[in-house]
Design a protein around this ligand. Structure first.
Ligand SMILES: N[C@@H](CCC(=O)N[C@@H](CS)C(=O)NCC(=O)O)C(=O)O
Length: 232
C-alpha cells in the first residue's frame, strides 16, 4: 500500500503545498490506490513534504515520486508526447516549481496580512507559550530561503512583474486546450494545475491572484482539473 505524506487540505486547497497536491494528482493520474497521512518533517528524508512510503520504500520529492512510479509501475505520464513536447512540458513544470512557487511563498509568508490569514495556522499545534518565539524563527528561515533562492532579493513589485510573465506564458501556451499539452493530461499538468490553484487561492490577497484571474482559460483549467481530480 502506498502512503503519501502531505500537509492535508488547507486554505480551500487539497493541500497548501503545490508539491503535495502535485504528488496526489500524479497518483490519481496513475490510477494507483493510496492513502495520505500527515507529514512529519523531522522524519522526512529531505525534511520536506511530500514523501511517499511504498511498502517500505521511501521516496522523497514530488518529481522523484513521479520518476519512481514511472520506473516501478511502467507508467509514462507523458505517453504520446513527442520529444519536443516532453521538453516543453518539463520547462513549464519547472517554471511553476522553481520560479512561480517562490513568488507564492513570498506572498504567503512575508506579507503580514497573508501570513496571518494562512501560514500562521501551521503553528496551531505548537503550545501557545512557545508560539510567539517559534513563529518569527520560522519566518526568518523562510526569508533566508527566499534570499538564497534569489526571489527574496527583489521588491514585491519586481516579484509580481516576473511572476506575471510566467503566468502570461502559461495562459498563452494553454490557449483553449483542455490540458497543457492537448487533449490528454500529462505529467506537467499535475504541477501546473497545483500551481495555478495556489495562485488563484482567494485566501491570499496578492498581485499574483489578480494577474492569474485575468486569464479566463487558467481559471477554467483550474476548475476543470479540480472537478476531475478532487470531485469531493
Ligand atoms: N522539490 C520538492 C519541494 C518540496 C517542498 O518545497 N515542500 C515544502 C512545502 S511546499 C516543505 O515541505 N517545506 C518545509 C520546510 O522547508 O521546512 C518537491 O518537489 O517535492
Amino acid at each position: 500500500m502506498i502512503t503519501l505524506y502531505t500537509f492535508g487540505p488547507k486554505f480551500g486547497l487539497p493541500d497548501p503545498s503545490p508539491f503535495c497536491m502535485k504528488a496526489i494528482v500524479l497518483l490519481k493520474m496513475a490510477g494507483l490506490e493510496f492513502k495520505t497521512d500527515a507529514a512529519n518533517l523531522q522524519k522526512a528524508p529531505k525534511s520536506k513534504a511530500p514523501y511517499m512510503d511504498d511498502d517500505g520504500t521511501i521516496v522523497a520529492d514530488s518529481t522523484f515520486i513521479r520518476l519512481y512510479l514511472e520506473k516501478t509501475r511502467g507508467i509514462d505520464f507523458d505517453e504520446g508526447l513527442s520529444a519536443t513536447d516532453r521538453a516543453i512540458s518539463w520547462a513549464f513544470e519547472k517554471l511553476c516549481e522553481d520560479n512561480l512557487y517562490w513568488a507564492i511563498v513570498e506572498a504567503r509568508w512575508m506579507n503580514d496580512r497573508n501570513f496571518n490569514a494562512g501560514p500562521v495556522q501551521f503553528f496551531e499545534a505548537v503550545p501557545a507559550i512557545v508560539r510567539p518565539l517559534l513563529v518569527p524563527i520560522v519566518r526568518r528561515q523562510v526569508r533566508r530561503d527566499l534570499k538564497g533562492q534569489g526571489t527574496g532579493r527583489h521588491s514585491e513589485a519586481e516579484i509580481a512583474e516576473l511572476a506575471t510573465r510566467g503566468i502570461v506564458g502559461l495562459a498563452t501556451f494553454l490557449g483553449d486546450k483542455p490540458y497543457l499539452m492537448g487533449d490528454k493530461p500529462c505529467g506537467a499538468d499535475a504541477s501546473v494545475f497545483s500551481t495555478v490553484s495556489s495562485l488563484l487561492c482567494e485566501v491570499f490577497d496578492t498581485p499574483l491572484l489578480d494577474a492569474t484571474k485575468k486569464h479566463e482559460n487558467l481559471v477554467a483549467y483550474r476548475d476543470r482539473l479540480m472537478a476531475q481530480y478532487f470531485p469531493d
